[in-house]
Write a protein that binds this ligand. Structure first.
Ligand code: FES
Length: 150
């Protein structure tokens, strides 16, 4: 006799579809129509988890960067300089001393308000301590009149 035992293992994969259990819901829509609850699908299929989409982001127009000076973009934490006409450089706006954000570009230097460090607009090197390390260069692309990150 053959015992045709069929084994079925039901694999319940852990697609944890967390149905939004209305913990604090007190409002009911009085429409009468019962809409099926939609479960948000959060797929984990994307390979990279990098959420900061900064590369390619429009940063400024070249006209916003003074010749012989620079402009600080606090949101992007970047300072863009134009040491000589038509030459644009970008550096981190985070001071290498203790991490303050630089706050002005004056007389050819990028200045930190916290302890007085200054960095040259041409290469980010230290012009005045206490910082000892240059501002790291950031990558920008100048296309026509627009400056984008990356
Ligand atoms: S954090 Fe910039 S000088 Fe100290």
């Amino acid at each position: 006799m053959t015992d045709g035992s069929t084994r079925r293992s039901v694999l319940t994969t852990g697609t944890a579809a967390l149905a939004a259990t209305c913990v604090g819901c007190s409002n009911y829509n009085d429409n009468g129509s019962s809409s099926s609850s939609e479960t948000p699908v959060s797929s984990g299929a994307s390979a990279s988890g990098a959420a900061s989409a900064t590369a390619g982001e429009a940063l400024a127009q070249t006209s916003e960067i003074p010749e012989g000076g620079g402009t600080i973009f606090k949101d992007q934490k970047i300072v863009v300089t134009q040491p000589t006409k038509g030459e644009f450089k970008a550096f981190s706006a985070i001071c290498t001393h203790q991490g303050c954000t630089v706050n002005q570009v004056v007389d050819g230097t990028i200045d930190c308000p916290c302890h007085g460090s200054k960095f040259h607009i041409a290469d980010g090197s230290v012009a005045h301590g206490p910082a000892t390390r240059p501002l790291p260069a950031e990558s920008i692309t100048v296309t026509g009149n627009s400056i984008t990150m990356g």
